[in-house]
Design a protein around this ligand. Structure first.
Ligand code: AHR
Length: 323
């Protein structure tokens, strides 16, 4: 009896984790071929997102056709065209930038294939070109990053904080909205001054390059770095050390994503704050794709719950991040 209860509990946990109520094909769970165009492999977020989507598709018994555009919009457009030609049931994709999708999405619409935006969103004059968007509230992430910096300035009784920003990919949703949320939030605080803002393209190598140049230009004027992702933050750290500063103390570091490597650096005191951007969007995507296949209406915008990890917290019991 106890064994059976244990098994039932394990099953319930597994179902809860996958978000799939059934794996067998029936009217509720029709056979589904999902085409997914991933934008690249630029960060641990991205690799974690691809892995999560593959795992959740397998757990739900959904056939997945995964494409990777290697950071190029033209590749992504070609990938979406090949998914249309293949006549998949649902197309999902993470748009690298916001503009330039109308033509290919009109082709998907004409072919009768519903489209789901995952992670980032697009700018379009025709909102009917996609059925749903599943992804983080990037504006709120920027707000949370700035709120931490304001709290830190209060606690340290600082009368000024000179900030440099390392931005994500130009014209991408997270870059635009994180910047907006951050700037709007610090705007009312006279202690905050932005010295510079540079494009790091969400890449570790670019994060290092940007940091090196800004250290050369501003030297010890830099009090804080707002970096739009962990990858660029991890790239910037050795540059700060090589210039003779102690990251987390001489220069405050605020990052976004919350992958394991960055969390470990936060625990070591080298990063001060990380706003979570979860790549685990697979379960909701599978549920949404199933609903679309069944012809049901779906929620237009779905944001996951996200938290902030900071040097104000005891993170010793934090579960492994999985990306
Ligand atoms: O769109 C989400 C962002 O894309 C993540 O913050 C970043 O790491 C990734 O490349």
């Amino acid at each position: 009896m106890r064994k059976a209860l244990g098994l039932m509990l394990m099953l319930a946990v597994l179902l809860g984790l996958t978000g799939c109520s059934e794996k067998q094909e029936n009217a509720e769970n029709p056979k589904l071929l999902l085409g997914f165009s991933q934008l690249g492999s630029e960060s641990s977020y991205r690799i974690g997102n691809t892995k999560d989507i593959e795992e959740q598709a397998a757990a739900c018994g959904i056939s997945l056709m995964m494409k990777n555009a290697n950071q190029k919009q033209e590749n992504q457009i070609a990938d979406i065209r090949s998914l249309i030609a293949y006549r998949v049931d649902v197309i999902a994709f993470s748009p690298i930038v916001e503009e330039g999708w109308d033509t290919v999405l009109t082709e998907a619409k004409k072919a009768g294939i519903p489209v789901v935006l995952v992670d980032r969103t697009i700018q379009t004059r025709d909102e009917s070109l996609y059925a749903a968007q599943i992804g983080s509230d990037f504006y709120k992430e920027g707000v949370m990053a700035a709120e931490y910096l304001i709290r830190k300035a209060d606690r340290m009784e600082l009368d000024q904080i000179r900030i440099v920003e390392i931005r994500g990919t130009e014209n991408s949703t997270p870059m635009k909205q994180r910047q907006q949320g951050f700037m709007d939030t610090i705007a009312g605080d006279a202690r905050m001054r932005v010295l510079d803002s540079v494009d790091g393209d969400f890449l570790r190598s670019r994060g290092a390059e940007c940091m090196r140049k800004m250290l050369e230009t501003y030297g010890d004027q830099i009090d804080a770095v707002f970096s739009h992702n962990d990858e660029m933050t991890i790239g910037a750290l050795p540059e700060i050390e090589a210039a003779g500063y102690t990251p987390g103390k001489d220069i405050l570091l605020i990052s976004i994503d919350g992958g394991q490597d960055a969390i470990d650096l936060l625990k070591e005191g080298k990063i001060n704050c990380i706003v979570e951007c979860t790549p685990k969007l697979g379960a909701v995507l599978m549920e949404t794709a199933m609903k679309l296949k069944r012809g049901e209406t779906v929620e237009r915008v779905i944001h996951p719950e996200e938290q902030v990890f900071t040097d104000e917290q005891d993170l010793s019991q934090l579960a492994p991040r999985g990306y």
